[in-house]
Ligand binder design. Structure first.
Ligand code: ADP
Ligand code: MG
Length: 133
């Protein structure tokens, strides 16, 4: 589908939160495509009130969910060796009470369940985004 503004991406994320088919979502797209923007919308749809900021420098950020689980937002950008974060991710994947969102997951791909959701976001010249599930 085509998404023409930041607001629309937020709304898409928010709506998506209500129709999750997997608790693990991998976001694929270049820098600035809108992966973190989508996650902000998703978090809103999950009832999270805190502001969502990019985990680029911290690798992961955790937000409490109402069901006792957490939304855990990972960003493995330029992290060729995820090191201890591999264990962290594996641990968090053990319960599907958690909702796991991964940006730049190439280096940890093997850990993600086979049936996880992949969302491709492509940046178009006219500033719109093409989104594919
Ligand atoms: P990523 O996490 O993929 O690097 P971000 O979500 O951090 O990308 O940044 C996307 C940027 O592009 C934001 O500044 C957002 O306001 C802007 N933007 C403009 N149009 C769109 C759109 N249609 N969808 C998503 N983001 C958009
Ligand atoms: Mg990002």
């Amino acid at each position: 589908m085509k998404i023409t503004s930041e607001e629309e991406m937020l709304a898409f994320g928010e709506e998506f939160a209500k129709n999750l088919s997997s608790n693990v979502i991998e976001l694929v797209g270049d820098v600035g495509a809108g992966k973190t923007t989508f996650t902000r919308g998703l978090a809103k749809g999950l009832g999270i009130k805190e502001p969502i900021t990019s985990p680029s420098f911290t690798i992961s950020k955790t937000y409490a969910l109402k069901n006792g689980g957490n939304l855990i937002h990972y960003d493995f950008y330029r992290l060729n060796d995820p090191g201890i974060m591999l264990d962290d991710l594996a641990e968090n994947l053990k319960t599907n009470k958690n909702i796991i969102v991964v940006e730049w997951g190439e280096s940890i791909k093997n850990l993600l369940p086979k049936n996880h959701t992949v969302i491709n976001i492509k940046y178009n010249d006219d500033d719109t985004r093409s989104v594919e599930l």
